[in-house]
Design a protein around this ligand. Structure first.
Ligand code: SF4
Length: 361
């Protein structure tokens, strides 16, 4: 069945874009990478270990439209950086253990009419381009790049600086190439907003990333590595992880709506630990809710605007259209002497109660 919506009934066959795009995406070489990729370093040690140990990725979702759109955008963006700004793009880098592709590199003194000040100042720059949803981009604006993203671009810089460039038509291979600045460029997939973060290359960050990678590379099996993220339903990275079935035993999960995370609480010790986390978090949440409620009341009459480091805006507050009144409907039906139609009420949701046991003595 086609995955595209076709708005006429001429009966002329239409090539199915997404089916073809998924087939195309599955043929990309990165799917079964055995060497560790810089983009996996700093994210989740177990996921990186699955890659290193060559585990078959069983959860390649068939609806990765956003990821595929990101790949297409990525290709266009790199072409612009290459043709308009003289970047060397998609450089294959490896030290025999880590294998990755740096998006863009400018060698010092890049001879290009639109070379930027950094290149004119004889600086080597390596850049990674990331396409993001508006929501994910908002997180970058508020919180800055993640540690894993800084790890990734520092590792590209490290591989360039240590002669890790593989065959290249213009740049020398097997020789150290200078990198002074690492850059992350985020591009919004919906509206094309661009956010750039760049900093001087920092050897300490590279060493942290390499230590993280060594930990994974030394693992005897993926299961020896911790799950660094919270699992399906709680982490979007887990939701899209190609190894989530293996990681969370999803194929053995009883079909009773139980959460995958139940496998983390299989003995008294782990259940006690989860209860402690729940009780601690509930206390923090309760205190935070009270502070938030008071602050909200205080702001009730404040005008929208910027106050110090904060921006206040208001939305909503408009009259709603009338909606059906179930109580009045019941009264009318009862007044007509007709039985009220009923349907199964299902089950009430289970409510957890957690309290601390008073200490003895
Ligand atoms: S499902 Fe989540 S925790 Fe498991 S390997 Fe993937 S990213 Fe890590």
């Amino acid at each position: 069945m086609t995955t595209d919506t076709i708005a006429d009934n001429l009966g002329v066959p239409v090539p199915d874009l997404w089916k073809g795009a998924h087939r195309d995406d599955r043929t990309r070489p990165r799917s079964r990478q055995r060497l560790l990729g810089p983009s996996s370093i700093g994210l989740c040690r177990r996921r990186a270990a699955y890659e290193v140990h060559g585990t078959w990725p069983t959860d390649l979702a068939d609806n990765m439209h956003a990821a595929i759109l990101g790949t297409w955008l990525h290709e266009g963006i790199l072409r612009v950086l290459r043709e308009q700004y003289g970047a060397h793009t998609e450089l294959e880098l490896t030290d025999g253990v880590i294998l990755g592709h740096a998006d863009a590199y400018w060698a010092p003194g890049t001879p290009h009419p639109r070379a930027t000040d950094a290149q004119a100042a004889d600086m080597g720059v390596v850049e990674d381009v990331k396409t993001k949803s508006t929501r994910a981009l908002d997180v970058v604006v508020r919180q800055g790049p993640s540690q894993a993203e800084w790890f990734q671009v520092h590792l590209y810089a490290h591989l360039l600086r240590t002669g890790g460039l593989k065959d290249h038509p213009q740049l020398p291979t097997g020789e150290p190439l200078p990198v002074d600045v690492v850059r992350l460029r985020y591009v919004g997939r919906e509206y094309g907003q661009v956010v750039v973060h760049q900093r001087a290359y920092d050897e300490d960050v590279t060493q942290q990333a390499l230590a993280w990678a060594e930990d994974v590379l030394a693992s005897p099996e993926p299961e020896a590595m911790p799950r660094d993220l919270d699992g399906p339903g709680l982490s979007i990275i887990c939701d899209n992880c190609p190894f989530k079935t293996a990681c969370w035993n999803l194929d053995q999960l009883a079909d009773d709506g139980r959460a995958p995370q139940t496998i983390l609480a299989e003995n008294t010790e782990s259940i006690t630990e989860a209860l402690r986390a729940y009780a601690d978090a509930a206390e923090v949440e309760s205190a935070a809710k009270k502070r938030k409620a008071k602050a909200r009341k205080m702001l009730d009459a404040a005008d929208a605007g910027t106050y110090g480091a904060f921006r206040l805006s208001w939305s909503g507050g408009n009259p709603r259209p009338p909606e059906p009144d179930p109580e009045a409907m019941i009264r009318i039906i009862e007044g007509l002497g007709v039985g009220i139609p009923m349907r199964s009420g299902g089950r009430s949701s289970r409510t957890i109660g957690v309290s601390r046991v008073p200490e003895a003595g």
